[in-house]
Design a protein around this ligand. Structure first.
Ligand code: 13P
Length: 256
């Protein structure tokens, strides 16, 4: 049995006051959602405040990215070790916005996964294809290549503490969602790929879906056998919407 995990990725949104109100709203319902794992990834500058508010209440906090370096002359960067120091549990690596807007290659993503693991944190490895890649029928090869680059770098054993997030690029922030069948097919393909390295790790690894998850589509996505929760963008900025999605993840446990 894999514990569903729902993480909010706030992206470049928020303020001190907004973060405090949003987290308070989420935590008010946390006791009723103890069957699932929950987390939020605020912008770096709000992480300490959110950790102070959320850690004791059983909600994890993560960074949205980190440096591929451990320390040194890299102006503007934040290391995985710093994120651990301020109380993070997760770091997103390879989010498609990092890949497309900031030029992160599979090799960079693999190095970031390594430093996150070395810092004792949990990488949330984001993978996904563009619309062109899907239309050309290349989605499995693209996502497979993104996964394999990281397996090559960190070894399959590291996936016992890694979360995978499948986020089709064409579904992020567009209001367009992968159908439950499309999402399930890709999740099964990712799990099969990991199973070729280690059946036990593949069975245990959690694979989140991300890309326009909303209160009205979360339950059907989470009901798929290989979907173990979600990575939520826009809908994670509203406490009630995020909570409806978390309740859907908790509800999926009762179906399984
Ligand atoms: P949206 O939920 O806004 O589509 O964003 C998904 C995402 O990128 C989460 O990391």
């Amino acid at each position: 049995m894999r514990t569903p995990i729902v993480i909010g990725n706030w992206k470049l949104n928020g303020s001190k006051a907004m973060a405090e109100a949003l987290v308070a709203g989420i935590l008010a319902e946390r006791p009723g959602l103890s069957d699932i794992e929950m987390g939020v990834c605020p912008p770096f500058v709000f992480i300490s405040q959110v950790v102070a508010q959320a850690a004791q209440a059983g909600m994890g906090v993560g960074g949205q990215s980190c440096a591929e370096h451990v320390t040194g002359a890299y102006t503007g960067e934040v290391s995985a070790e710093m994120l651990r120091d301020v109380g993070c549990r997760y770091v997103l690596v390879g989010h498609s916005e990092r890949r497309t807007l900031f030029g992160e290659t599979n090799a960079v993503v693999a190095r970031k996964t390594r430093v996150v693991l070395d810092a004792g944190l949990i990488p949330v490895l984001c993978v996904g294809e563009t619309l062109e890649e899907r239309q050309a029928g290349n989605m499995n090869a693209v996502v497979g290549g993104q996964i394999e680059a990281v397996v090559d770098a960190v070894g399959i054993q590291a996936f016992d503490r890694t979360i995978v997030a499948y986020e089709p690029v064409w579904a992020i922030g567009t209001g367009q969602t992968a159908s439950p069948e499309q999402a399930q097919a890709m999740h099964a393909s990712i799990r099969a790929q990991l199973a070729a390295h280690s059946p036990a790790i593949a069975q245990a690894v959690r694979i989140q879906y991300g890309g326009s998850i909303k209160p009205d589509n979360a339950a059907i996505l989470f009901a798929q056998p290989d979907i173990d929760g979600g990575l939520i963008g826009g809908a994670s900025l509203n406490a009630e919407d995020f909570l409806v999605i978390c309740r859907a993840a908790a509800g999926s446990l009762r179906l399984s």
